[in-house]
Ligand binder design. Structure first.
Ligand SMILES: Nc1ncnc2c1ncn2[C@@H]1O[C@H](COP(=O)(O)OP(=O)(O)O)[C@@H](O)[C@H]1O
Ligand SMILES: O=P(O)(O)O[C@H]1O[C@H](CO)[C@@H](O[C@H]2O[C@H](CO)[C@@H](O)[C@H](O)[C@H]2O)[C@H](O)[C@H]1O
Length: 480
């Protein structure tokens, strides 16, 4: 990063450093209260933000230097929001913000503007979304090329895996839970937005898979984290730079295209089943595994039931189906009573067609985004679970595809989903995964649990989509 970011970032202004200025956050808060709720990655939609508290601030590039150059300020802030009485003790969600600070924002960056603080250390400058400024994104890449630290942040890198300097940056515009930047069609940087303390599985699992020579995931090359809060604790992952798969298409797009053309998708689905089984096998070989017996399966079923009850309270259209859905979870609890143990391991945790990429030409599938379901606590996402949970989630995704698009839900599309689901299961079993057809109670419980999750997800994020998981709820409740 030569003279630019690292040296200027550590250079202290003659008086107090910006990041410890007492009015830094209070001067930004009115702007953030407007801007944060409008962001796709904001998980607290529908609840007012009553304030922010600062977790940490790091000046990656001087924000108060003389001249015309922009600065970069990285913040971890908690958004305070009213919570239901049952969660009264829970602190607000923590979000990562990467803010550009410009003395005079050029017109081309106007869409990225967040506002101009009326006071505080950044008064008179424009604060904006740094990830929409390709120049600042380029500086972030420069920083990731070099292991080391700035303030509370640490930059890590796989040995010998440094990306070249000067790759052009562009933001990913797809709908996503975090924010990503592509560099020269060679690397992609994901900046995590809602931050939970600890190592993010989206770094942990691809690193383990790459070390195990599983070629079904793009290899991580560098990352950004905060140091562990206590001795012996884990760092908290804030971002991951990994290989970009140029020209690949995501499985969701491919499935919708096939549906629109009334084309068969069983070949790609079977190959995707192979890829999923390969990833599961590699994860089981390199990371801890266990067996779930009666009491543990009963605990899994109890958690599913609790999620169902909570979701039915939040989304009342689910109420009439509660009892019949609960029957699937009771059946899962019953599965453990015959004394058989069920293998559990680290899994993807939120597998759906949008998390799969197919290469051009050879049509080879890769899996991405191992973060797990963003709404679940990190400890839960890192729990050892039956691998069939991922398979059940992917089956839901074929159903989603068949119910979306212009002809969504017509008899041909639903038949398409049935064949595609069968082909995926076949491919999974062929490549060494447990045959999903040999575990109907487990599959049904996980599919039901996923549909319940989707009801809440859609109600919160995309209410127009709610009929899609509700159709599955009706089907599953009817015992189909
Ligand atoms: N390694 C990669 N190569 C090519 N495209 C990628 C890669 N990783 C992610 N993408 C694209 O970026 C989008 C967002 O990535 P994802 O990891 O799903 O983000 P999020 O966790 O924010 O939802 C994906 O839908 C995919 O199209
Ligand atoms: O990709 P994310 O990690 O952000 O996952 C979340 O968003 C997904 C939607 O973008 C959501 O997936 C649901 O919708 C998909 C179609 O858009 C469908 O293929 C999936 O089967 C369905 O679950 C995912 O649940 C959520 O965690």
């Amino acid at each position: 990063m030569s003279e630019t970011a690292s040296t200027r970032a550590t250079r202290k202004t003659p008086d107090r450093p910006l990041v410890t200025a007492p009015d830094l956050l209070s001067s930004l808060a009115p702007l953030l209260a407007e801007w944060v709720p409008r962001q796709r990655w904001f998980a607290g939609k529908g609840r007012l933000i009553t304030g922010f508290s600062l977790v940490s601030a790091t000046e990656l590039l001087s924000c108060t230097a003389e001249g015309t150059a922009p600065g970069i300020l990285q913040l971890l802030v908690r958004a305070q929001q009213p919570v239901p009485p049952s969660r009264a003790a829970v602190a607000g969600d923590c979000y990562q913000l990467l803010l550009g600070v410009h003395p005079a924002l050029p017109p081309r960056l106007a869409p990225a503007a967040i506002g101009r603080p009326a006071g505080g250390p950044l008064r008179g400058r424009t604060v904006y979304d740094a990830l929409l400024d390709n120049r600042l994104c380029g500086l972030l890449l420069e920083r990731l090329r070099m292991p080391g630290r700035i303030g509370a942040l640490r930059f890590g890198r796989e040995p010998g895996a440094g990306p070249p300097s000067g790759l052009p940056a562009r933001p990913v515009t797809a709908e996503q839970s975090n924010s990503s930047i592509v560099y020269g069609d060679a690397y992609i940087l994901k900046i995590f937005r809602r931050i939970a303390p600890g190592i993010n599985p989206d770094l942990e699992l691809p690193r383990a898979l790459t070390a195990a020579r599983c070629a079904r995931v793009p290899a991580p090359v560098a990352w950004l984290e905060t140091e562990a809060a206590e001795e012996g604790g884990e760092p908290t992952t804030l971002g991951v730079l990994q290989q970009y798969l140029p020209g690949s298409s995501d499985g969701w797009r491919l499935a919708l295209d096939a549906l629109a053309a009334r084309a068969d998708f069983t070949g790609p689905a079977r190959a995707l089943g192979h890829a999923t089984a390969e990833v599961h096998t590699a994860l089981a070989q390199t990371l801890p595994t266990t067996e779930l017996h009666g009491p543990q399966l009963a605990a899994v079923a109890a958690r599913m039931t609790a999620r169902l009850e909570a979701t039915a309270r939040a989304v009342p259209v689910l109420q009439p189906y509660r009892d019949r859905l609960r029957a699937s979870f009771d059946a899962l609890a019953g599965v453990g009573r015959d004394g058989r143990g069920w293998a559990a391991q680290r899994i993807h945790g939120d597998l759906h067609l949008g998390q799969t990429l197919r290469s051009p030409g050879a049509g080879r599938w890769s899996l991405i985004d191992f973060e797990g379901e963003p709404a679940r606590p990190l400890a839960e996402r890192r729990r050892l679970q039956p691998a069939l949970r991922d398979v059940a989630a992917m089956l839901r995704s074929f159903d989603y595809a068949a119910r979306s698009g212009p002809a969504g839900g017509d008899p041909w599309s639903l038949e398409w989903a049935r064949h595609t689901r069968d082909a995926y299961c076949l491919g999974y079993a062929e490549a060494g995964g447990l045959d999903p057809r040999s575990a109907p109670a487990l599959m049904r419980a996980y599919e039901t649990d996923k549909a319940v999750y989707e009801v809440l997800y859609e109600a919160r994020h995309r209410p127009d989509w709610l009929p899609v998981p509700m159709a599955a709820v009706r089907r599953l409740a009817a015992g189909d």
